[in-house]
Design a protein around this ligand. Structure first.
Ligand SMILES: Nc1ncnc2c1ncn2[C@@H]1O[C@H](COP(=O)(O)OP(=O)(O)OP(=O)(O)O)[C@@H](O)[C@H]1O
Ligand SMILES: [Mg+2]
Length: 249
């Protein structure tokens, strides 16, 4: 599913948060959005998810307004979006139960997504018995089980240590390639963005404007130490260092 934003602006009371954002993310593409703290990245995801309505502009999924397509959008938040009183298996199946799937289909889907994220052995564990990385994988399984066409992720790996984070990025790349979703992923990490994305959108400080929209043409699996990878990192860092309010990054 392709996502298009036309001149999207947003205000909270009289305070402008987003300023004429225009973007196109093609079907099955992986887009990372980065920018200083407070520039409106989470707001942008909420608008795309249809959780809030933008003050101005249009947000279209395959040409139709987001409000008509909310069932096809999945969202992965930072840690804490799991139900602590349910097992891993129940966390995945809960939303599917709400959607009225037949028991056999529901059970099969639950097992399929638990194994996709490598948590089959941990199906009966509760979230507090899982590591941070496992909890994040569970959150992904829960969102993906609905089979959304567009997945929105807001700094999902921010609380992980550097090694788990790198592993999760590799896992997410694998899952994305297997499931062929369109992904919009917000991150403060340039390294993470270059590792994951087909396209990196850099926003300016508030009100967020599109400062750059850069295609990343690197083969996968990506090697962080390759000269081309390092060149992309340098290019994006230079853009960020030239923006105002870099101390807020
Ligand atoms: N519900 C709200 N009501 C009023 N103002 C809000 C609301 N949500 C966000 N804001 C303001 O909008 C601006 C952008 O917030 P947002 O959370 O989108 O930024 P962000 O880019 O995600 O920042 P961070 O990188 O720190 O997560 C901030 O100034 C924030 O105070
Ligand atoms: Mg945010």
């Amino acid at each position: 599913m392709a996502l298009t934003l036309h001149n999207v602006s947003h205000f909270y009371l009289e305070r402008q948060v987003l300023d004429h954002i225009s973007l196109h993310i093609g079907t099955g593409r992986f887009c990372c959005i980065t920018g200083p703290s407070g520039c409106g990245k989470s707001t942008l995801l909420r608008l795309v998810a249809g959780l809030e309505k933008s003050t101005g502009g249009a947000i279209l999924l395959d040409g139709a307004p987001v409000s008509a397509r909310s069932g096809q959008i999945g969202m992965v938040f930072q840690e804490g979006a799991l139900f602590p009183w349910l097992t891993a298996r129940k966390n995945v199946s809960f939303g599917l139960e709400m959607q009225g799937f037949k028991p056999k289909v529901l059970a099969d889907l639950t097992e399929e997504y638990l194994s996709l994220v490598g948590l089959k052995q941990f199906a009966e564990y509760y979230p507090n018995q899982l590591s941070g990385g496992m909890r994040q994988r569970l959150a992904m399984a829960r969102s993906l089980a609905y089979n959304p066409s567009l997945v929105l992720m807001d700094e999902p790996f921010a609380s992980l240590d550097a090694q788990s984070r790198n592993l999760m990025q590799a896992e997410l790349t694998r899952i994305w390639r297997e499931t062929k979703k369109t992904v919009v992923f917000v991150t403060h990490s340039i390294d993470e963005a270059v590792f994951l994305a087909d396209q990196i959108v850099v926003l300016s400080s508030r009100p967020g404007q599109v400062k750059a929209d850069i295609p990343i043409e690197l083969p996968r699996p990506r090697l962080r130490t390759s000269p081309a990878f390092v060149r992309y990192r340098e290019q994006i860092l230079a853009l960020i260092e030239n923006s105002e309010g870099t101390n807020e990054w």
